[in-house]
Design a protein around this ligand. Structure first.
Ligand SMILES: [Zn+2]
Length: 397
């Protein structure tokens, strides 16, 4: 009903569209506003287990130079837009939508998922919508039961839970535009900093930062468009996340942006592209922030960028009925990342492989499946971060 009010005369048409593509809709936030000031919990179960068994992951030595990872998710981006104008053979022509991402990857990183490769990077599906995608991304494997955006809190230990087991609560933080993102990032709510959606904040582990609170309040005052319900527009999510990064300098910061996906659902390609450009500008802002944190010496922060699913050509839809929406991309640059530029994977990759990259970068052990993405993205331990130019040929047709 809220959707119908929001779109006025187009209610019937849009409502059908939303149901068909399982769009992120308005539901009660996963965490309550009142939880902001609760006392910290101390009963968080540590995640312990043998190290990974996958050969690629096992061969990747710890990255002692990596102190911090910033993982940025851009909801529902098609790979075509990510690679547009990038110079990659087979990519769509036109002005680049993500020039900063490609510049930074070119300087010290790797990007996978583009055209002309024998192997893609894919969400496992079978329903290519957000909550199953994020559960796969953070859990490191396809969720056993979550098939749509109505799932409850994940029951799988996530890579954030694993990092939290050896970190302070404030050293793991999530800022996302979509409130249900909170259900995918941890199986133990309240164990670290989560600000998901406009009014859903669990920042009790944080000191009294008036500037951050002002950013969160501003986001709460602008809830809704271009999403629905408790959605926080990206500009407010970005502002709060950057403030947190600059002041707290967490070991793992996860930022979930979603404007592009919502503009896609609304059938607004111009705004969809503009949102991608603004997300690209944010990536540059994050890079500047971590450069200031790392100082003049070698980089100590890695930045990873990916998406939860793709979408079909009209932009309005993604999900089980749209096989193209399985395709995703993964980019990484900075400390501990192999400098390969745009490249092709040696084997099929899954969205859940990204969790293994974060584990490898932060040297976190977990009882989790191996990730062949590690061998593609993470630099050999004897490589100086971002310096040894192991640049390989880009994808070919
Ligand atoms: Zn969507």
């Amino acid at each position: 009903m809220i959707v119908a009010r929001a779109v006025g005369g187009r209610a019937a048409l849009i409502l059908v569209t939303l149901l068909a593509c399982n769009v992120k809709s308005t539901e009660p936030p996963a965490l309550a506003v009142a939880e902001r000031l609760e006392a910290p919990r101390t009963d968080v179960a540590p995640v312990t287990a043998p190290s990974a068994t996958n050969a690629a992951e096992a061969s990747s030595a710890p990255q002692p130079n990596v102190e911090r990872v910033v993982l940025i998710t851009l909801d529902g981006l098609r790979w075509q837009e990510v690679f547009t104008g990038s110079g990659v053979e087979g990519a769509a022509e036109g002005p680049p939508l993500m020039p900063n991402l490609h510049r930074l990857v070119g300087e010290s990183g790797t990007i996978l998922g583009g055209p002309g490769c024998a192997h893609d990077v894919r969400a496992s599906g079978p329903n290519y919508v957000s909550l199953p995608g994020y559960m796969e991304l953070f859990g490191g494997r396809a969720p056993a039961t979550c098939r749509n955006n109505k799932c409850g809190q994940t029951k799988t230990a996530t890579v954030l839970d694993e990092v939290r087991a050896t970190s302070r609560a404030e050293d793991v933080a999530v800022f996302s535009s979509w409130s249900k993102y909170a259900r995918a990032v941890t199986r133990t709510p309240h164990s670290f900093v989560v600000s998901a959606g406009a009014r859903t904040a669990n920042i009790r582990h944080l000191g009294d930062d008036a500037v951050l609170r002002a950013h969160l309040d501003e986001g709460a005052a602008h809830a809704g468009f271009p999403g629905w319900g408790d959605y926080r527009p990206d500009e407010h999510t970005k502002r709060a996340a950057l403030r947190y990064l600059e002041t707290v300098r967490p070991r793992l910061l996860v930022v979930g942006l979603g404007d592009a996906d919502d503009y896609g659902h609304r059938g607004d390609p111009k705004s969809y592209r503009r949102a991608i450009g603004e997300a690209d500008a944010f990536i540059a802002d994050v890079d500047r922030a971590v450069s200031a944190i790392d100082g003049d010496g070698a980089r100590r922060t890695a930045i990873v960028v990916t998406t939860d699913h793709g979408r079909e050509r009209s932009l309005r839809h993604h999900g089980a009925g749209f096989p193209d929406s399985a395709r995703v991309f993964v980019a990484a640059f900075g400390a501990g990342i192999a400098r390969r530029g745009p490249t092709c994977a040696a084997s099929p990759l899954r969205l859940g492989d990204v969790a293994g990259v974060v584990r490898a970068l932060l040297d976190v052990e977990a009882d989790a499946p191996g990730s062949s993405l590690v061998a593609e993205v993470v630099a050999p331990a004897d490589d100086a971060p971002g310096s040894s130019a192991r640049m390989v040929a880009g994808p070919s047709l």
